[in-house]
Design a protein around this ligand. Structure first.
Ligand SMILES: [Cu+2]
Length: 193
């Protein structure tokens, strides 16, 4: 009995959210369109489509885009010396809900590992980490002085201006594939392109 109520509750919740987002948006869009179109909300005899169909569909997509998903942006890497076997890539991650970065892979390298930097005595050293927590709504930027994605066994050196493909996998959001822009060897951050 209790089990049968759960999907019903979830459905009601979804319906309520849908209505809350859709009704005011549709109203606003219909008014916008009415102002824009001198004929107002008349049926257009040529297309025979109800004039509110467009705004309803539009508001549905506007609503969908509000339910934001985890996003990976500003993916970049440093160019590597000619004989370097390894490189590092950085991304910025923002998620509306708590998540965890679990792994990465790239066709540009034999394997990719999640690393962090830490002081070992007097020197910064890097070590692999099992995952990286992504708190809700707070951007997490991987960077040269901290967490990074180590590209191990590069197929070829990373050259400035080039881009390589990187797939990052999350516990909840699944995999995201991004294009990593290769910046100069001393770059401290991506170019925000
Ligand atoms: Cu590393």
């Amino acid at each position: 009995m209790a089990f049968e109520i759960v999907p019903l509750l979830l459905f009601s919740l979804f319906l309520a959210i849908f209505i809350v987002f859709t009704v005011p948006l549709t109203g606003a869009l219909v008014r916008l369109r009415a102002n824009y179109n001198p004929k107002g909300l008349q049926l257009d005899p040529e297309d025979g489509v109800q004039p509110h169909t467009g705004p309803v569909i539009t508001s549905f997509f506007v609503m969908l885009s509000r339910v934001r998903q985890l996003e990976v942006s500003n993916a970049w890497a440093r160019a590597t010396p000619a004989k370097a076997e390894n490189g590092a890539a950085y991304v910025t991650i923002v998620s509306p809900t708590p998540d965890r970065l679990l792994s990465a892979s790239s066709p540009a390298a034999k394997k990719a590992e999640l690393h962090t930097m830490e002081m070992a005595g007097m020197v910064m050293k890097m070590r692999p980490i099992a995952g990286l927590d992504i708190p809700a709504g707070q951007p997490v930027a991987l960077k040269p002085s901290g967490e990074h994605i180590m590209l191990i066994g590069l197929q070829q050196p990373l050259r400035e201006g080039q881009s390589v493909t990187l797939t990052v996998s999350f516990e909840q959001a699944g995999a995201r594939t991004v294009s990593v822009a290769v910046e100069n060897a001393g770059a401290m951050s991506g170019m925000q392109r």
